[in-house]
Design a protein around this ligand. Structure first.
Ligand code: NAD
Length: 309
């Protein structure tokens, strides 16, 4: 992580962005980019989603150049571009919640032009009615850097994430899937298990349920098809992460409670770092728990948690 003076990137024309799938995530991204002054085209199989996006300034089209963002449900990822005209020079990215299976199909189809991504935001709502242009502000956005990923294309997608207020976390698809199994996919399963067990406890228990139950089960309202596609699409890492949770539950309760509390009390301080535009250095930032928040000329600027190497 070098220490060099900051200077702005020479202004390059920002490429047009095409968003395929204009539901919660795609509709929100398209709307946020329009608000940021970017040229945005979009497509959705649902005429109502197209109409809602058009009302927010998205140009409805089936022809895409620049950066194409796939924001469709995971099962539709491999087929959604069929029938659309995609410029052979376009960069293709996606917002899917699981990265290895998407990399296996879209990576095979587009090679180094494909950059897998996953913004860590969204709610239990779905569809275009859940569009929120502020959805990405302050969110982490995992962006995959595989050995074959073309770095200039990775940067183009990173700049889209930065333009809507997100911070970019460089990862590999496999590292991403292991990490999100622990912090997203297992919590979805635990929320379902908590809710089912509370329902078994009877109406009195549900009537008394308050803050901790509400917080622990917030995501049970998510579309079951979305959650199922996510956990089944990341089955092995999710099973491994669930086994770790089961092992934790077997610890003596005072020890378990104290260990969990220690995680909550970890220092939240950050220090700013400059990272060269090079795969190993970028991935090291992500692995250390850091993120990119700004693009400079030959560097990106980001932060690391205090105390990290
Ligand atoms: N919801 C979340 O919290 C969340 C968070 C991060 C990432 N993601 C990922 O983002 C993607 C989209 O999720 P979402 O929550 O926006 O879903 P959503 O259901 O709100 O929207 C999906 C949209 O895709 C459209 N669509 C379906 N098939 C299509 C096709 N073949 N061509 C064009 N459009 C098509 C649907 O009509 C719908 O408008 C998923 O891959 C999901 O894994 C979701």
């Amino acid at each position: 992580m070098a220490d060099v003076p900051a200077f702005p990137v020479p202004t390059m024309p920002a490429p047009p962005v095409g968003v395929v799938g204009l539901g919660q995530l795609g509709g929100s991204l398209a709307a946020a980019l329009v608000a940021a002054g970017r040229e945005v085209g979009g497509w959705d199989v649902d005429p109502a989603a197209r109409e809602a996006a058009a009302a927010r300034g998205v140009r409805i089209t089936q022809e895409f150049t620049g950066v194409v963002v796939l924001a469709v449900p995971l099962p539709a990822m491999t087929t959604a571009l069929e029938g659309l005209a995609i410029d052979p020079a376009a960069t293709v990215t996606d917002l899917g919640s699981v990265k290895v299976p998407v990399l296996e199909t879209l990576g095979a189809a587009f090679g180094g032009r494909f950059v897998g991504g996953h913004p860590m935001c969204g709610t239990e709502r779905s569809g275009h009615a859940a569009t929120d242009p502020a959805l990405f502000a302050g969110a982490r956005w995992a962006l995959c850097l595989e050995p074959g990923t073309e770095l200039p294309r990775w940067l183009r997608v990173a700049e889209i994430a930065l333009a809507v207020g997100a911070e970019v976390v460089p990862v590999t698809a496999a590292e991403h899937d292991d990490a999100v199994a622990a912090i997203s996919h297992v919590p979805h399963l635990l929320a379902a298990a908590l809710a089912a067990a509370a329902a078994d406890a009877g109406p009195l228990a549900l009537a008394l349920a308050a803050g901790s139950f509400r917080d622990g089960t917030r995501v049970i309202g998510s579309d079951p098809a979305f959650v199922t596609a996510m956990v089944e699409g990341n089955a092995a890492p999710t099973a491994a992460a669930l086994a770790r949770v089961r092992a934790e539950l077997d610890r003596p309760w005072p020890e378990l409670v104290a260990t969990g509390n220690a995680v909550a009390r970890r220092a939240a301080d950050r220090r700013t770092v400059r990272v060269p535009l090079e795969r190993a250095a970028l991935l090291a930032l992500g692995r250390a728990g850091g993120a990119v928040h700004r693009r400079l000329a030959a560097f990106v600027e980001g932060w690391l948690p205090d105390g990290s190497a």
